[in-house]
Ligand binder design. Structure first.
Ligand SMILES: [Zn+2]
Length: 399
């Protein structure tokens, strides 16, 4: 808890109070919304429900539309719409409600703890810091009584950490044109305009069983898998020579899990490996996969590919876009430093916005603290981002 002699209850640049933000964020952390990440889930309500109910209560007194959006059997999002003065493309602002599990941090992960201006807890940085900053910004706008020029869609999204079904559901069914999109994720308040795309699936190498006393009668799937892994490493080097994006590190092909063989005395007839393929913003995912599959075929190994577990596009917004320029100006005015837009290696929901819609990722906290034991966020950054969001959301983009 903050000590009384620290002056932490000062209002931020737009009147958003630090202690109020701390209280809001602590409330959000204390409501666990852990994504099972593909593991069994036996709770009767969707993962995100505790926070969605909390937000519904918080926004009930304002003139906004609240809509729960189920996006998978166990996930849901909440869409809060603030109508603008004018028709035309509105602004999407998103933070995700789900967190990764805290199995490695069983004690106190969901008991928020404040030390000075740091707040600790699962989700403090990823992504409840951004969620709190957006809620504070939106409440400040609604309390001011001034209607924004363009409509605001605030998506408190479900399932970002595993299937991205919240943002995909929203984009597929949303009837209005989205003019621009802001995704709250830990970037130290710096606008991120490029990130990699993520493609994940399994490759199974097939063989033929035989007694290990006469292995030549069989065909060893694990030996085939070893050839394939070696090939993938060389293919990755080739990709890195072909694609040398200036802002993000190179494309990558990582074998993340492997499973093969039945007993110690049978030549293995099957070996399955999980592949994580990260593509650069300038690469087309479908084309990159087709080229890779064709190259693998040249090995003439008996293999099959599973369906894609994940096919998340990259983010590629031009630095000259108005949204990017405005975010840079607001960073300078709020934080007091001049910066350049950034690129990051990790993916986000921002890859899912329709082609041509400018999108940035911008939020409090640092990715180094995300998914980690002792996850924290600096409350000053949450306050700064709330001020930046407030001014982005009330900017007149038609002028
Ligand atoms: Zn996140």
């Amino acid at each position: 808890m903050g000590t009384s002699h620290q002056r932490t209850n000062v209002a931020g640049p737009s009147g958003i109070n630090l202690d109020a933000i701390a209280k809001l964020l602590a409330d959000l952390i204390a409501l666990p919304t852990v994504n099972p990440m593909g593991r069994p889930y036996d709770n009767a309500v969707p993962v995100e429900r505790p926070i969605i109910e909390y937000l519904e209560q918080r926004f009930a007194r304002y003139d906004v539309q609240l809509e729960r959006q189920p996006c998978s059997p166990i996930h849901e999002s909440l869409l809060i719409t603030v109508p603008g003065k004018t028709a035309g493309p509105g602004t999407l602002i998103e933070a995700h409600v789900d967190t990764v599990p805290a199995d490695d941090w069983p004690e106190r992960a969901f008991q928020p703890r404040r030390e000075g201006t740091k707040l600790y807890g699962r989700g403090a940085c990823d992504d409840k810091g951004s969620l709190a900053a957006i809620v504070a910004a939106l409440q400040a706008i609604l309390e001011s009584g001034a209607q924004p020029q363009q409509t605001i869609w605030f998506l408190a999204a479900g399932d970002e950490e595993y299937g991205q079904s919240g943002i995909r559901h929203f984009v597929e069914r949303h009837p209005s044109r989205i003019g621009r999109a802001i995704f709250g994720e830990p970037t130290d308040c710096v606008p991120v305009i490029q990130h990699k795309g993520t493609i994940r699936w399994d490759i199974t190498v097939h063989g033929r069983s035989a007694h290990t006393s006469q292995p030549d009668l069989g065909s060893n799937a694990i030996v085939g898998a070893a050839r394939l892994i070696d090939f993938l490493l060389r293919y990755q080097e080739d990709l890195r020579r072909r694609y040398t994006g200036t802002l993000v590190s190179g494309p990558s092909l990582t074998v993340t899990m492997i499973n093969g063989g039945r007993t110690r005395n049978i030549v293995p007839d099957e070996c399955t490996m999980a592949i994580d393929f990260r593509i650069l913003p300038e690469m087309d995912g479908r084309q990159a996969v087709n080229e890779l599959f064709a190259a693998i075929n040249s090995l003439e190994l008996p293999i099959t590919h599973s369906d894609f577990q994940c096919f998340a596009p990259a983010l590629n917004t031009p630095p000259s876009d108005l949204l990017v320029q405005r975010a840079l100006d607001l960073y300078r005015e709020t934080v007091g430093q001049t910066i350049q837009p950034a690129a990051v290696p990790y993916g986000s929901d921002a890859g899912w916005v329709p082609a041509g819609v400018p999108a940035i990722v911008l939020g409090p906290g640092n990715i180094a603290q995300a998914h980690a034991v002792n996850e924290f966020v600096d409350l000053n950054q949450v306050q700064q981002c709330a001020a930046i969001y407030q001014r982005l959301l009330t900017h007149d983009w038609s002028s």
